[in-house]
Ligand binder design. Structure first.
Ligand SMILES: [Fe+2]
Ligand SMILES: [Fe+2]
Length: 324
């Protein structure tokens, strides 16, 4: 972010009633207390990733050519997609924004303890990127198989597209609010994998460490949203509001390019695989799962009056995130 918009501030909430969730960070944060998890028993019938989180894996056209080895390779490559998604998100989006926030470069009035907590979030996110990249390397070393080549992740192309539409009044705010949204969503991966005993323990434990840290980040960013939203001017709120459902969808919708690359590990033509991906991600089902994972963020938007703006409400409804 080269420069940010000048805020046409309404006053910040008078008391700025911030209660830090980072008081016990030294004793709780995974970067302060946990070691890297070492891949051990992946050949003992454990799964690299839950098959339910790989749309299309049970498609009849794939079942016809599937072997147990091929299925495990698909799950492994799906895990690689998740690990590289995590590294990209932390290093390319969340940390650049959170660093600016910690240095008071975003133009918002924030309580001082919040700035210190932003430093701690940056340390957490760097650790999440490191342990994801390390686990990916361990998988390559253990299996002798490199990750399949992936196109640029969908969430980054979407962020580029939406940032390109910024005018000077909201310069820099697209990636800021994209970050806020991504930090307040609760993905099926973070929620489910730590408790899924079919999954390789190093994967489960790594995701569990991440999920626990993200609980604190969620509380921080929900509070930040409350302060920041009310410090924007009306025109800025009107410009950012309709982008919020785009951010939610960019983050949570399946990434067809990545999914195609993963399923193409099976001995099928790429066009057949594209067809499988399309059939396996029906719009209504995708919308319902996005709405579920976004429920905390949607509550946060409602509580802060975001949906009171008719254009914003209509955009959320068009994208299936609220009822029309
Ligand atoms: Fe993280
Ligand atoms: Fe985070």
């Amino acid at each position: 972010m080269s420069s940010t918009a000048t805020l046409i501030s309404r006053p910040a909430p008078a008391d700025l009633d911030y209660r830090s969730r980072f008081g016990n960070w030294d004793n709780r944060a995974s970067v302060r207390t946990k070691a890297l998890h070492i891949l051990g028993e992946h050949l003992d019938g454990q799964l690299f990733f839950p098959p339910e989180l790989v749309p299309g894996i049970d498609h009849p056209a794939l079942a016809a050519v599937m072997t147990p080895e091929c299925r495990q390779r698909i799950l492994m490559h799906r895990l690689h997609v998740y690990l590289s998604f995590t590294t990209d998100l932390e290093q390319l989006v969340v940390n650049p924004v959170t660093q600016l926030l910690s240095r008071e470069q975003l133009g918002f009035d924030l309580p001082k303890p919040m700035l210190r907590d932003a430093y701690k979030i940056c340390a957490d996110e760097s650790w999440h990127a490191l342990f994801s990249d390390d686990l990916a390397d361990q998988i390559v070393a253990a299996t002798g198989e490199q990750p399949v080549a992936l196109p640029r992740p969908r969430f980054l192309t979407e962020l580029d597209r939406l940032s390109a539409g910024e005018d000077s009044s909201i310069r820099g705010l697209t990636s800021l609010f994209f970050t806020v949204v991504s930090e307040t969503l609760i993905s099926a991966i973070l929620c489910g994998i730590p408790h899924d005993r079919r999954v390789v323990s190093a994967v489960r434990d790594t995701v569990a460490d991440h999920a626990e840290d993200e609980g604190r980040h969620h509380a921080f960013y929900a509070k930040f949203f409350e302060y920041a939203w009310h410090q924007l001017g009306p025109a800025q709120r009107a410009a950012i509001g309709p982008l919020l459902p785009e951010f939610v969808t960019a983050f949570l919708a399946p990434d067809p390019g990545a999914l195609t690359a993963v399923l193409a590990v099976a001995p099928l033509g790429v066009e057949t695989v594209r067809g499988i991906v399309e059939e396996s991600t029906p719009a209504a089902e995708v919308r319902a799962s996005i709405r579920k994972a976004a429920s905390a963020s949607l509550r946060m938007f409602t509580q802060n009056g975001v949906l009171d703006d008719p254009r914003t409400h209509d955009r959320f409804a068009e994208m299936g995130l609220v009822d029309a």
